[in-house]
Ligand binder design. Sequence first.
Ligand code: ADP
Ligand code: MG
Length: 512
Amino acid sequence: MTLHRTAEPVLELSGIHKGFPGVKALSDVSLRLFPGEVHALMGQNGAGKSTLIKVLTGLYTPEAGTIKLGGETIAPRRTEEAQALGIQTVYQEVNLCTNLSVAENICAGRFPRRWGRIDWSAVNAEAKRVLAQMDLDIDVTTPLSRYSLSVQQMVAIARALRVQARVLILDEPTSSLDDAAVQRLFTVLRRLREQGLAILFVTHFLDQTYALADRITVMRNGETEGEYLASDLSRLALVNKMVGAPPDQQPTRLDSRAPNTGAAVLKAQGLTRRGALHPLDLELKRGEVLGLAGLLGSGRTEAARLLFGADAADAGHVETEGRTGRWHSPREAIAAGIAFCSEDRKHEGAILDLSVRENILLALQARHGLGLVMSREAQQALADDYIKRLGIKTPSADTPIGQLSGGNQQKALLARWLATNPAVLILDEPTRGIDVRAKEDLMDAVRALAHKEDGSGMSILFISSELPEVLHCSDRVLVMRDRRAAGEYRRGELDERSVLEVIAAEPVSAAA
Ligand code: ADP
Ligand code: MG
């Protein structure tokens, strides 16, 4: 392992701040990269990793902070500028033109020319040369669309490797690679490290981090949690830092409440989807909050999507009061009394130019279709009622939801699903990107919905990347790892350390 602790960092970021409306994505973030190292940037989903990289490459302009390359302050305004300075990046979202050939994709923007024209034989030869570095021998004149996602990902990396760089940044490059491709990529990265390149490697796979990284920077909630030597940091300690459990193991405080003995409202048996979830059994009782803990990719969101019919299961079935089967669409799940507040707020969430009221009424309307006969007064009353009950801070129900803070938008989305009066409510990362006060409000609201004195409470599946939140909210916690249930804890036996140990355990098999 090469560590250049005496050398100067090739890249140094300090005091970086970057916000989006209602969200502090980066707050006082720092990062140092040394020549000849692989540096893993780790953090849960939403921690700010991608945003940091986009600041670094000129896609976003930070509100504050400095970036130094080779000791000189730089302020790239465009990706091309960053590239010209020697910072090459492969983004999480692969942006290639799949209708163009492999070679065109690798050389696009910097085609070899001859007599003022693109020299196609040089283009193809150049593409072959770069791919050979990665032990990849494919027909470079074939359109990229003919190849698997895994090859496409390798082509994106080849494109970045084509130019001699000082810093190579890879944002989750392995998420669509199979094991063999990951090994090939790692061989290439080790070779580049020996040549003195500084490599920033973003991943949420612990195994890959320990296989490759010399140092690790952990981000959490838009802040730099710390920088460590990989050899000094145990898996358990790393997971601890990512999920934000306090170092001293204080017992988790839960509101006192009798253990739940209600009837099962939702039951899943052998619920399976190839490549997404191993057979999962799950039971949710009336008035119970069941937490799903685990790292990104552990199968939590996948389970939620199957329970809601957003993805189709290959095997197994779901049972609710009065309905048993396998959903073919969310519509069926909704009809069975299941609501799903997705983590993907941008695509499935708030419609920013509609009013708070319209946003709240959306799911109810979808359920009743055109048959919704509700007077304007009744709609107004319903929206006002939720605004009051959940404490949504808005000038009025007619205010466009885009003008509200992230936390208040999130509450309005919660109201949207509550208005359908579901038996089961699935909340996937409901506290993502909202401030601490709003998080506490939201968790209070969640527990109040489930914990009704008369036993009529809602049954809630609560997914969060913040372990303290899961432990705080839940009556029972299911820990997931490698796309299966790996442990279950009841209230009273909940303790952060044992949950963390299950999350951080070595994978059962190589086929993760
Ligand atoms: P990571 O890559 O670690 O998963 P991101 O950098 O993508 O995290 O996101 C950090 C936070 O910033 C999240 O709360 C996310 O919702 C928010 N965010 C990221 N990009 C945008 C954007 N373009 N607009 C608004 N919010 C954003
Ligand atoms: Mg990301």
